[in-house]
Write a new protein. Structure first.
Length: 630
């Protein structure tokens, strides 16, 4: 295997050094859990009887022996999420697979699973990011029965996989396998979907036309086919070594998908019997770096600039946006999948898929090849693809050359020499920007600010023609403390329209953009957020802002000392509106204690003093007081 890229090695070493104490503490706790023995040996007869009271007699007899593994299934099934609807029948498949190898499997518990596609632009989106930590807690509740020898996590979409990952790592003394459901078949072309959305934003087509277009895009069980957060999740789980190889983008309700689900269950049981593959050993500093590199090489979702931080912390690994930025500088962009191109994930899979990406990155020295995976030692198993031959699951080497160079490129001839995510920073704070879909001529914007507190205000200004100019739209009070950090995807069509008119346009916010953020430059997740004393609280309409993704800067021009100005206060109407209704009143405690975006925006894992190398701008006490009041 090719020697590791020196920047990848340097960043990994820095992460390892920074994480020495937290990682050692995590491993100590997992070792102690292993030393205490298997769960079934510790449960009393009454405990064990309760655990299998509702099971069929064959499973009861197997369990009574006390010698066979019991696989705990944690499912995020619901039939509102098209990607999760296939999970309805997975437990039966898994239980049958377990019986074939003289073991048992039980649904340990379920987790909530929000659909961001339903809540986009709605108040419920303010619970979306917090749902990740609720999912982590729910997975913990499911597994805390201590009756399981291994875990099988069923999840696909945006916050669900990060939450399951975090919850499962709390039980990292167990082997854990993740099993997805796969993407839906392709619908109308993505370019056509984007065209209709832009026309609707300009009132040139009616709502019925828009609805027909959207139904043509989202039309059957399976993951949405664009490369947003859900499909970025699947790419990362493969490169983390937690999937069966090349399982991410196999369609649901096919013989191959069922065979892969069965194989995942049997693999978890096999690891439990052999006493290997515990999740704490699979996920370490090298694994986290591989996940970041896979995200960068494929132009994946910006949401993972937050999720990955929290996911890594659940294994005692401390990362920040500087690490991601430096890895991006040496990671070639190998994929063009919508919104970074016109193809969808089905075309990506047909062109070579994850196996091609894994091999190219490893051979180019961008991945740690010596990691532990659920398949054993080394990354090479993830160069393979599954197929069905005479009704049996077989593995073969993936394609050695891309079958469509407009979708997949080799590392020797990438779409661009660096990855799709960059850090920008300056007197407005630290933020991330996804540039893989932004044309080079649009990556530097210097223009007057138009400042808003809500998406609705910004969209109304667009409809009224007030943004028909060079402009940097600033949307503040959208951070985790303010309102749970909703995605702001509803603004994408309007920003695209302005850019297409020839205006220099950019977006700056302490909120999130969708995993489908595209061609308009957007500095997002600005940290610290406005409500916690961030500089965005001091920006005024007309201030000149310069966003330079090439130089990595986010600064004001000719403004002077922002801190000399009084901080803007969120209006009472907006503050009150974010604290109740649609279940938001249940999450007041989350808003008070949540960490910053760069610290993972988590309530599960609080900041570690001295963990990062940068220093955030000191908070404005007036704004901090307002955060408490809100």
């Amino acid at each position: 295997m090719t020697k590791l890229n020196p920047v990848v090695a340097e960043v990994t070493d820095r992460i390892r050094d920074r994480s020495a104490r937290t990682r050692a503490d995590y491993i100590r706790r997992m070792d102690a859990a292993c030393d205490s023995g298997v769960g079934r040996a510790k449960l009393s007869c009454a405990n064990w009887a309760h655990a299998f009271a509702g099971a069929p007699i064959k499973d009861k007899l197997t369990a009574m022996s006390g010698a066979q593994p019991n696989l705990g299934i944690v499912t995020a099934y619901n039939d509102m999420l098209s990607a999760h609807q296939p999970f309805e029948r997975y437990p039966d498949l898994v239980r049958a697979a377990a019986r074939e190898v003289d073991a048992t499997a039980q649904v340990a518990g379920g987790t909530p699973a929000m659909c961001d596609g339903v809540t986009q632009g709605r108040p419920g989106m303010e619970l979306s990011l917090f749902s990740r930590d609720v999912i982590a807690m729910s997975a913990g509740i499911a597994l805390t029965h201590d009756a399981f020898d291994a875990g099988l996590m069923l999840g696909v979409c945006d916050k669900i996989v990060p939450g399951l990952f975090m919850g499962a790592l709390a039980f990292g003394h167990l082997p854990v396998v993740f099993a997805p459901a796969g993407p839906m078949p392709s619908g109308i072309p993505n370019a056509e979907k984007a065209r209709v959305r832009a026309l609707y934003a300009q009132n040139q087509v009616d709502r019925q036309t828009l609805l027909e277009s959207e139904i043509g895009s989202y039309h059957s069980p399976g993951t949405c086919t664009f490369y947003g957060t859900a499909n970025s999740n699947q790419m990362m789980m493969e490169l983390a070594g937690l999937h069966m190889p090349s399982t991410a983008f196999v369609h649901p309700e096919t013989g191959l998908r069922d065979a892969l689900t069965t194989a995942a269950a049997k693999q978890a049981i096999r690891m439990a019997r052999e006493g290997r593959g515990r999740m704490a050993d699979v996920v370490d500093e090298r694994t986290i770096v591989n996940m970041i590199v896979a995200l960068l090489a494929t132009g994946g979702s910006t949401n993972h600039a937050i999720h990955l931080v929290a996911m890594a912390r659940s294994a005692g690994v401390l990362i920040d946006w500087t690490d991601m930025d430096q890895l991006s500088s040496v990671t070639p962009l190998l994929a063009r999948v919508y919104p970074n191109g016109s193809a969808d994930v089905n075309a990506f899979q047909a062109a070579g898929g994850v196996a091609f990406i894994a091999r190219e990155l490893a051979r180019n020295g961008n991945l740690h090849a010596d990691v532990t995976t659920i398949m054993g030692d080394g990354i090479e198993a993830y160069f393979q693809e599954p197929s069905m031959v005479d009704g049996e699951l077989v593995w073969r080497d993936g394609v050695s050359e891309s079958l469509d160079l407009d979708i997949l490129r080799p590392a020797s001839d990438p779409f661009q020499k660096d990855g799709g995510l960059r850090l920008v920073q300056g007197d407005l704070g630290r933020a991330v920007i996804k540039v893989s879909a932004v044309k080079p001529e649009n990556r530097i914007v210097e223009a007057p600010a138009a400042v808003f507190e809500t998406q609705e205000e910004a969209l109304q200004a667009f409809k009224d023609g007030k943004l028909n100019r060079d402009v940097i739209l600033v949307l503040r009070f959208q951070g985790p403390k303010a309102n749970g950090m909703p995605e702001l995807h509803s603004l994408s069509p309007a920003l695209s329209v302005l850019q297409d008119k020839g205006f220099k346009v950019a977006f700056v916010t302490d909120g999130r953009m969708s995993g489908a953020s595209g061609k308009t430059p957007a500095a997002i997740h600005v940290s610290p957020e406005a409500l916690a004393g961030g500089p965005l609280a001091h920006i005024r309409d007309g201030d000149i802002i310069r966003l330079d993704a090439e130089a990595g800067t986010l600064i004001t021009v000719g403004v002077g000392d922002l801190r000399a100005r009084p901080a803007a206060r969120r209006s009472d109407a907006h503050a009150d509106g974010s604290s109740w209704g649609y279940g938001r009143e249940l999450f007041g405690a989350f808003r008070h204690v949540v960490s910053t975006a760069e610290e993972g925006a988590s309530v599960c894992f609080q900041p570690t003093p001295g963990a990062t190398e940068h220093t955030d701008t000191p908070p404005d006490p007036n704004v901090v007081d307002r955060a408490v009041d809100a």
